[in-house]
Design a protein around this ligand. Structure first.
Ligand SMILES: [Zn+2]
Length: 105
């Protein structure tokens, strides 16, 4: 076969062209047309944040409704107080999603 980048004969199915180093297209079936669901990062989500985006980030990570997460979390805060601690810990631990930068106030 021939390199698609430099056009030289590179023999039988190498992964890379030995002349120009280009990755050689393999005779594998093309990727499926549907796009895989994006990997959900465990990060705060400023696009739907009320305080620090922790609830929205957790909701996104577990594919839950952010309002539900907030309601349950608020319940934990009001009932036991551990919810507040968990919120603060996650606030520190979870990075703010770089794909959704905070908008200037
Ligand atoms: Zn080449």
């Amino acid at each position: 076969m021939y390199c698609t980048s430099c056009g030289k004969n590179i023999g039988e199915h190498p992964a890379f062209c030995q002349f120009c180093g280009a990755r050689v297209a393999q005779a594998t079936p093309p990727p499926p047309m549907y796009s895989a669901p994006p990997k959900r990062p465990f990060a705060r989500y400023s696009g739907d944040k009320k305080i620090a985006g922790v609830c929205a980030g957790v909701a996104r990570y577990f594919d839950l409704d952010s309002s539900l997460v907030r309601a349950v979390w608020l319940l934990c805060v009001l009932l036991g107080g551990t919810g507040l601690l968990a919120y603060i810990v996650l606030w520190i631990v979870m990075p703010l999603d770089p794909q959704y930068p905070m908008l200037p106030a």
